[in-house]
Design a protein around this ligand. Structure first.
Ligand code: C2E
Ligand code: MG
Ligand code: MG
Length: 707
């Protein structure tokens, strides 16, 4: 403190001046001439936590300095004290409990000139806030300068106020070149105005935007940046700045593109792969919905491609695939997308209405001759087509269905296309489901046999019953065979279910035998079952199991069917059955293509005329003629003949007149549960006079249809 400032003190009393030292918020220390502490004011005690009596006589640096205190400053202080000179400096000191704080120290020597004992007066002002602020600014400045990310600061009119060195490194523009310009100088032109509108909207609403953007360097090269823009508001209203930071992610982007290519494209043809096309199909399906246009999905598979590979080598095969891939993508027009999804399989998405001409064209694009390594080859393909929304399923489903259709096309030979039929597919789905249900029903014993009597009109004798299967479904009740046998046909359940019928019929016959009744029974056996190698053993096994059942009372009814086409093996098989003592009937006779052949060449014991001819024979001359000729032929080959579906007395009478004496139908009785058979028979025998004419027959109540 310059001595002249002390001048007014001469007019003020010393006690009041001492009060100033006590009252001030600055810290005041008085040192003796050796620099040891003599006195501190209360502000010092309060701020540092040291009590005067504890520190009196000590050197301040001993207890005020700490780990962050600049050692050089302490040495300098010592030098000043030694030289008795005034000084001023900033110092980092520590409180009694170790907290650091910055002080500005002003120290002046005092002594004889002022009329006091020699020593020093120190005034310390706490400046931690300023120091920290300064430090923050320094850090910020070094972040700005050293940041690896580019930083642009622009004003509220988006004029560049400052950029950092990384900005120059990334963009190629120097700071001077861009100051005052709009950052739009970097624009690559890749993004739409809508993109920028959304960007500024986000800044207006949230003071922030972050995203990827393509910009252009000074040298014209495009680069990708991950950009973050923040709007920074200052205290004064309506003043703000923009701080944009970005990093160059071009390398990452390119790498990503590489990965994307590897994940989505087929390296051989360069076409998209399965993953990509499924994704595309999902989008195309949505577009088709919103634009109300149809979509065609094709599945194309090269015919006999393995042969090309095997005979001409894999290289030729690969080259052929490349050429075909190229042709498909170049020749099918803009609204077609092609992918290679497997070895020799391609998927096509064709947008809009397409016709068979288009499908043929696709096949011809493939079948145009190819020259591979100077070898001319002709390749054909099979094409499966499905159409959305007719085939209303998801992307995977559409590809799967086109694939199904492709298989059907293949079955028809080379160079064919097939359009998927959703109805047919639904039927197959239901069939699979029903088969599962039927297998379960077999396990739970839900099937049962009903029996329908067969009548010999000559003596009104019931000469047998036909066993007819029913499914006693837990929810649907009694299900007739027409509703489940078609599903079982050609399935893995055909033989197990057939064997169940065989076993259970014999078990029933055995039961009747034990009840004193020998009732002949016709058992329906599917042609595939009877022609199966296991059938004879199954039959023999059943007969063996029920030795009291007379095999001569069993008739196996076989439908005319393609399974019997090989009449030689069919004949052999029937002969082997008959060798076990059973009889054979040809069921539904007249409905197949080769009835007459069967009649001539198969060893059968009974011909059953199909009910479809009987139904209308009284009104339809053709049907009547068929019935007559079947009866005539059967008689020629000396086979007994039975008419099925005889519903009325008039039918029965007519049949008898035509020479058919055996009938079965509702006019006698409907099929009945096994438990009703014996009571029904008893009733029949007691109420029927055996030598009456057919016209006198009365069906027992409940079963007959009114003869
Ligand atoms: P199917 O062997 O020709 O049996 C005669 C069918 O005609 C039976 O139908 C019977 O109920 C019906 N029917 C009998 N009289 C009349 C009549 O006067 N009018 C009419 N409209 N129908 C009559 P169901 O029981 O529905 O059986 C249908 C077909 O299912 C059978 O025709 C047979 O081919 C097959 N089937 C039935 N049970 C079995 C079986 O256990 N195994 C095999 N493989 N097939 C069976
Ligand atoms: Mg039958
Ligand atoms: Mg029949």
């Amino acid at each position: 403190m310059p001595p002249e400032l002390n001048a007014p003190a001469q007019n003020i009393d010393a006690r009041r001046l001492a009060l100033v030292a006590r009252a001030t918020r600055n810290m005041i220390l008085i040192l003796d001439e050796a620099g040891a502490l003599e006195w501190v004011n209360p502000a010092f005690e309060t701020h540092t936590g040291y009590r005067l009596q504890d520190i009196q006589g000590r050197m301040p640096s001993e207890f005020l300095a700490g780990p962050g205190t600049d050692r050089e400053s302490i040495t300098r202080i010592r030098r000043h004290l030694f030289c008795n000179t005034e000084f001023e400096m900033d110092l980092l000191q520590y409180t009694a409990d170790g907290r650091p704080y910055w002080v500005h120290t002003y120290c002046t020597p005092v002594g004889e000139a002022q009329g006091v004992k020699p020593g020093f007066v120190l005034v310390q002002t706490v400046i931690s806030d300023r120091k920290n602020g300064e430090r923050g600014l320094r850090i910020a400045a070094s972040v700005f300068d050293r940041s690896h990310d580019a930083i642009i600061i622009s004003d509220h009119k988006n004029r560049i106020v400052d950029v950092n060195p990384s900005f120059t490194r990334i963009t190629g523009y120097t700071r001077e070149e861009v100051l005052g310009l709009n950052p739009a100088i970097l624009s690559s032109g890749r993004h739409s105005t809508a993109f920028y509108r959304a960007l500024w909207q986000s800044i207006e609403q949230h003071d922030h935007w972050r995203g990827e953007i393509w910009n252009r360097r000074k040298n014209g090269e495009e680069f990708a940046e991950l950009l973050s823009i923040s709007r920074v508001h200052l205290e004064s209203p309506a003043t703000y700045y923009h701080v944009a930071t970005f990093s160059d992610i071009t390398v990452i982007k390119n790498h990503q593109l590489e990965l994307d290519r590897a994940a989505n494209y087929d390296p051989l043809t360069g076409l998209p792969n399965r993953q990509w096309i499924e994704e595309r199909l999902r989008a195309a399906r949505q577009e088709a919905d919103s634009n109300k246009h149809p979509l065609v999905v094709g599945y194309l598979d090269i015919d006999g491609f393995k042969l090309i590979n095997d005979q001409l080598g894999k290289e030729v095969g690969d080259e052929a695939l490349r050429i075909i891939g190229d042709r498909l993508s170049n020749r099918l027009g803009e609204r077609a997308t092609i992918a290679r999804i497997g070895g020799d399989e391609f998927v096509l998405i064709l947008e809009g209405e397409r016709s068979e001409t288009d499908y043929r064209r696709i096949l011809s694009v493939v079948s145009d001759p190819i020259t591979v390594h100077k070898t001319p080859i002709i390749v054909t393909a099979s094409l499966g087509i499905t159409r959305y929304p007719d085939d209303d399923t998801d992307a995977e489903g559409l590809i799967r269905h086109a694939d199904h259709a492709m298989y059907s096309a293949k079955e028809r030979g080379r160079n064919q296309f097939q359009v998927f039929d959703p109805g047919q597919h639904e039927w197959q789905r239901q069939r699979r489901f029903q088969l599962i249900e039927i297998a379960r029903a077999l396990e739970h014993d839900e099937f049962e046999l009903h029996f329908q009597p067969q009548l010999r009109m000559a003596d009104s004798e019931i000469f047998g019953f036909e066993a007819l299967i029913r499914w006693n479904h837990p929810e649907k009740g009694l299900v007739p065979p027409g509703l489940f046998l078609p599903t079982v046909e050609h399935s893995h359940l055909e033989i197990p279910l057939g064997n169940w019928v065989l076993r259970n019929t014999l078990a029933q016959m055995n039961e009747w035998h034990q009840a004193g009744q020998e009732i002949p029974v016709c058992i329906n056996i599917s042609a595939a079952h009877i022609m199966d190698a296991s059938f004879i053993d199954a039959l023999a096994d059943c007969l063996h199991r029920y030795p009291s059942v007379n095999p001569g009372k069993i008739t196996l009814e076989v439908l005319e069917s393609t399974a019997l086409e090989d009449t030689k093996s069919a004949g052999n098989m029937l002969t082997r059955c008959r060798a076990l003592g059973v009889q054979v009937a040809l069921d539904d006779f007249g409905t197949g293509f080769s009835s007459m052949t069967y009649l001539r060449s198969l060893p059968v014991d009974l011909i059953k005329i199909d009910q479809s001819f009987i139904r209308n024979m009284l009104s339809d001359a053709n049907d009547r003629a068929i019935v007559e000729s079947i009866i005539f032929m059967a008689q020629r080959f000396q086979h007994p003949v039975l008419a099925e579906g005889v519903e009325t007395l008039a039918h029965a009478v007519a049949l008898k007149e035509m020479g058919c004496g055996l009938i079965q139908g509702y006019s006698i009785a409907r099929p009945m549960p096994a438990t009703e058979v014996l009571p029904w028979l008893l009733n029949w025998r007691t109420t029927t006079c055996h030598d009456t004419e057919i016209s006198d027959l009365r069906a027992p109540p409940g079963h007959g249809a009114g003869i």
